[in-house]
Design a protein around this ligand. Sequence first.
Ligand SMILES: Cc1cc2nc3c(=O)[nH]c(=O)nc-3n(C[C@H](O)[C@H](O)[C@H](O)COP(=O)(O)OP(=O)(O)OC[C@H]3O[C@@H](n4cnc5c(N)ncnc54)[C@H](O)[C@@H]3O)c2cc1C
Length: 482
Amino acid sequence: MNAQQKLSSLISGMLLVSLLGCIGQGKTGYYNLQAMVQAVDANKIYIPLAVIGSGPAGISAAMYGANAGMPTVVFEGNKPGGLLTETTYVENWPGIKSTRGPVIMETIKDQAQGFGVLFVNDSIDSVDFAQWPFVLHTELGHTYHALSVVIATGASPSVLSVPGEQEYWGVGGVNTCAVCHAPLYKGLHVAVVGGGDSAIEEAIQLSSYAKQVTILVRKGTMRASDRMQKLLSGYPNITVRYYVEVQKINGDGNNITGVQLYNHETKSTEDMVLDGLFLAIGHDPNTKLFKGQVPLDAQGYIEPIGRTQCTTIPGVFAAGEVTDKVYRQAGISAGQGSIAGIDAANFLKELGFNALIEQTLKPYLFTTQRAEKKNVVTVVQNMDEWEEKVVRSTLPVIVDFYADYCPSCMQMLPAFQAAAQQFEGKVSFVKIDTETATDVAEKMYVLRVPTMLIMKNGQVAARYNETMTFKELVEFVQKFVS
Ligand SMILES: Cc1cc2nc3c(=O)[nH]c(=O)nc-3n(C[C@H](O)[C@H](O)[C@H](O)COP(=O)(O)OP(=O)(O)OC[C@H]3O[C@@H](n4cnc5c(N)ncnc54)[C@H](O)[C@@H]3O)c2cc1C
């Protein structure tokens, strides 16, 4: 039986399981843990519970898995901490009145590490769920063999791809979540981009706070349902403008001040003054790599079975926005992640995974080696340290100017640390908090964060102002290592 046939037989065999939920998935006899342990391959690295994604769903799943005694590894992906790290203040996270999104995610990560969860700063490139243990290939070229997997890769909000969008994303006033941020726009004028049901939902949510809400629709009609469109008549502060397309987002360097619109009817452009812009133009579930591996619905979402987080592939679970096109909230993702972690741990227990098996597999399990690598990033706090550690360095130096309040900066720090380990001895990595070392930031003309400088012989060899993934950072640095 080839891999595809095996996968099909697994899927059809799981119809019964679909009816029962995933209770007993580990007992079905599809996988034989004892046989696997006896034939263990010393060249392979095994992971009892592999979690793909480090947003609220992924980390919660990992925490529950590890707490149930399962050695657990989280693959953080290109967005360590997930979407919540892109926002400033979160007002609806249970237990904390108001705190910054990145702080919530750092705290959960810290809590998970306390349970023994290991975090890997790498992304999964491809998977093979027709084989068991499941095969995971990573962006950095590693292959791992997982006894169970939780998919928590989230969904990416669709964007306009217009000038100013990246610059003012999140903190600067371009948002995708009215439920989260409506109270910040009390008495102000905001616009919602989109013509579907969710654009109307966002507008209604905002209308309780904002003085004026304008829905910007590219075509001459909305594709929202009649029922939703009728609701609009009950909200006098919501207006709809048709035939208008956002061409550019204007701002003052910190916050948006409005948008430039192109009017398809009059074929002219105009500026609209605004305090905030909400995008409601759809979400793409991050499931491309699971196509053909796990059943996906027409929009590419994974549909878990019943009230569980199991998929039809025994041992593969899914949680968070990768399964959710309705609620899209951090607390809900965390709840689903917690269920997935419990489901995965139960699956492993039913399979026969216990302390004895763990002990036998120990030499072949993913180790803490990578996670425990020493910190090789140097901190510079003032001009004297800048002169000593950067200007007089005999190695090329890559300098990351960051600030605590900047979500994308915080997101990049793990990738920066991982790259520093990769280039140890060849390139020196320095990080500078622009709010502490103000003199250095001023001297080096750092006007925004993140700013990345490559310094060679005390001179600036390159400057970069965007957030980089680990892969992009490695490619960027590689150009300067001869
Ligand atoms: C600007 C903004 C503000 C928000 N504010 C709030 C708020 O105030 N309150 C609230 O409740 N919700 C808020 N949300 C929504 C909230 O962030 C999401 O509901 C939540 O983060 C979804 O969690 P998740 O774990 O499902 O996915 P995500 O948080 O999207 O995490 C997905 C994870 O998967 C990883 N990943 C993706 N592909 C791969 C791969 N191939 N390999 C490995 N890893 C991968 C990513 O790196 C990431 O870590 C906000 C969202 C945005 C965009």
